[in-house]
Design a protein around this ligand. Sequence first.
Ligand code: NAP
Length: 259
Amino acid sequence: MNLELQDKVILVSGGAAGIGSAIVTAAAREGAIPIIIDRNEETARALAKNLRAEGLRCEVVLLELKTADDCRLAVEDALRLHAKIDALVNNAGVNDGVGLEHGNPERFQQSVHSNLMHYYALAHYALPALKLTSGSIVNIASKVALTGQGNTSGYAAAKGAALALTREWAVELLPFGIRVNAVLPAEVMTPLYRHWISTFPEPEAKLKSIERSIPLGHRMTTPEEIASTVIFLLSPRSSHTTGQFLHVDGGYAHLDRAL
Ligand code: NAP
């Protein structure tokens, strides 16, 4: 299937690693022009270099998305590179373990801010350009928004808000033909996940027990499987899909995990 993404400019926050890098790679392979927005210079530049070596296109905007101004600059830099935006993937995020009992209100606020604010601000600053292209937005949320995880109140609140904003923006942007959807990963092996699993006393045993609880295939979802769904949602092939939450998780959130 031709996804009709040729020459489409796609901004991907956190595009240097993990799920973001798989989205960037999939977009480039469809002939699109992904723009990585990330704070990791080495990984961002290496990914762009590898894709260019394959004859594909990819740009890098190096930034830590901390403030609204960072987000404005990221969008301005992207527009300087290609003068249009066809799609935005809000993906950067960190499950930073700020719990109810073992956190505090200041750390909670900081966690919500660092996981959520840039979702809003990137969409806000990209909106004038997205209106010109009747573009598309995908928000990467998490199963944590629906299942909880324990000890991660800030992240859970931010991911829940990402789902709420998906529906809210889908409605607000109807007049412009801009579609907004969310993808909810559950268990995907990425640098972030590897770090999280390493915090357990027996990481390998913990990983095995998680894999056993994933209904389809008793295995982790790959970043590429998340990317395929995201790319489809960004493409005109999903032209009547908006305000949707797509779980790409081997049935983790909805099927019986005691199988
Ligand atoms: P990852 O492996 O950490 O990759 C994310 C990339 O984004 C990293 O390069 C990271 O830099 C960068 N980044 C994070 N916050 C940033 C910021 N404020 N400004 C600039 N760059 C930033 O993460 P991932 O596992 O691919 O996760 C991607 C998204 O999927 C996140 O929103 C996460 O919550 C969601 N998710 C993942 C899973 C999973 O199983 N992996 C499950 C559910 C949801 P650093 O390395 O410096 O942090």
